[in-house]
Every structure is written in structure tokens, then in C-alpha cells.
Design a protein around this ligand. Structure first.
Ligand SMILES: [Cu+2]
Length: 249
């Protein structure tokens, strides 16, 4: 079933759980679809006009439909309680600590993803909406000592492999949705909220950030890139960014 569904490559540690659930749900839907289709064809034949010129108004008498309905309710409850709720609980019950994770802010706007790294000090510089300008889309206060080593990019998210990532997700304008299909991550970005999202990337490679909420006329081009690198490559990339954005300080 999984190959048949054509899911994108699984590139995070929890992707297997999500895929397993998607496969089980599709099996259930397949059985229901086939069951209904067979029943429909049976009914067309069984109650054809030539065999039943006069309609019967008593309806079905057997108990089988009740049993089938009951079984479907039980299967759906199992999918929900055994698979869906625990998978969600794992995402939201406990977040990795900031020391063991790569921490990054992602801020959506019409129509781009702003990425903000705290730099070596691990602290995000202050941001202020009054400072937002074309060359400072995050409104970063460059006089704040914590901002001195911060790195910002637009539509380019680099992350090291096999290390938890903690994203603080927000948006400057409307509702966007941070969609990393290969990581099986999707979270709405809501104005006025900072929402934590975490995952562990497990495959080095190039992926995309898709905005998964229709957010305006330019929604189609709200597309960012994710580069999952080895720890060494990531450190080097970060150093290069420091040089580029801070003139080597
Ligand atoms: Cu968007």
C-alpha cells in the first residue's frame, strides 16, 4: 500500500509513524469503498424493476448492517486511540531542550519564509515591528547585544542531520502553514502566536518548505528550501553566513 500511495521520501524520525497511520487509514477506506461498491451493484441487480414491480415498504430486516457499522466504529476508534492520539501526543507533550536542539525562528509573511538563527550565543536578538524594512524583514534590532551574531535568511533553512530541530513558528500577517512534506511536518502559523514545532531530520538532502494554507494571491510562490546537512557542513555554512552577514566578526 505504501508504495502505491506514492508518499514523498521519509526524512524525519517520526515519519514512519505517520506513514503507518496513513497506510492503515487508506486500507480502511479501501475496504469501505469496495464494500459500498459491491453492495451498490448487488442492490441494482437484486431490486431491479422486472423482479420487483411493486415496492416493499417494510425495509431491511437483518441485523448485519448494525454489526458492520459497529465494526467500523471500533476500527476508527482503534485508529484514533492507538495511533493518532499517541502520535500527536509525542509531538506536543515534550519538546527537546534548547541545548540539545537546533533552535530557529521561522516567520511567514506574504509571500516568503524568514528564517532567524540565534547565532553562537544561542539567544535571539530583539525584534520590533517598527524596525521592519525591506532590508530587515524580521525587524531585528541590530543594537541589541543578542542580535550581534544572529543570522537571518529568506526562504533558506539549513539544518544539521540527526539532531532535534525546534522551530518557533510565527507569521507577520495572515495565517500560513509551515509544510515540510518529507519530514511529515505541517503546522499553521497564526498571527500573534509563536508555536513550537519539533522534529529530527534523518536524511541529508535538499527539500522544500511549502506554504500549506491559501494565504493570498502569491501563495503559489511562497516556497522555501530546506537543506539538511552533516554537522560539519552545517557548522561551515553557519560560519560562512557569519562572514557574509557580519563581515567576519
Ligand atoms: Cu503562505
Amino acid at each position: 500500500m505504501q508504495d502505491f500511495l506514492g508518499l514523498p521520501v521519509a526524512a524525519s524520525s517520526h515519519a514512519g509513524d505517520i506513514d503507518q497511520m496513513i497506510v492503515l487509514i487508506h486500507w480502511l477506506m479501501f475496504v469501505l469503498f469496495a464494500g459500498w461498491a459491491i453492495y451498490f451493484i448487488y442492490v441494482l441487480f437484486r431490486f431491479r424493476r422486472s423482479a420487483h414491480p411493486k415496492a416493499s415498504y417494510t425495509g431491511a430486516k437483518g441485523k448485519i448492517s448494525k454489526w458492520i457499522e459497529g465494526a467500523i466504529v471500533v476500527i476508527e476508534a482503534v485508529l484514533l486511540i492507538v495511533y493518532a492520539v499517541p502520535a500527536w501526543a509525542k509531538r506536543v507533550a515534550q519538546f527537546p531542550s534548547e541545548n540539545e536542539a537546533t533552535v530557529v525562528r521561522v516567520v511567514g509573511e506574504q509571500f516568503a519564509w524568514n528564517i532567524h538563527y540565534p547565532g553562537a550565543d544561542g539567544r535571539f536578538g530583539r525584534t520590533d515591528v517598527k524596525l521592519v524594512a525591506p532590508d530587515n524583514p524580521l525587524g531585528l534590532d541590530k543594537t541589541d547585544p543578542n542580535a550581534k551574531d544572529d543570522i537571518t535568511t529568506i526562504n533558506q533553512l539549513n539544518l544539521p542531520v540527526d539532531r532535534p530541530v525546534l522551530v518557533h513558528l510565527s507569521t507577520k500577517d495572515v495565517i500560513h502553514s509551515f509544510g515540510l512534506y518529507e519530514m511529515r511536518v505541517k503546522q499553521d502559523a497564526i498571527p500573534g502566536m509563536q508555536i513550537p514545532v519539533w522534529f529530527v531530520p534523518t536524511r541529508v538532502g535538499e527539500y522544500e518548505i511549502a506554504c500549506s494554507q491559501l494565504c493570498g494571491l502569491g501563495h503559489f510562490r511562497m516556497r522555501g528550501f530546506v537543506t539538511i546537512q552533516t554537522a560539519a557542513d552545517f557548522t561551515k555554512w553557519m560560519a560562512d553566513q557569519q562572514k557574509e552577514q557580519r563581515g567576519g566578526n
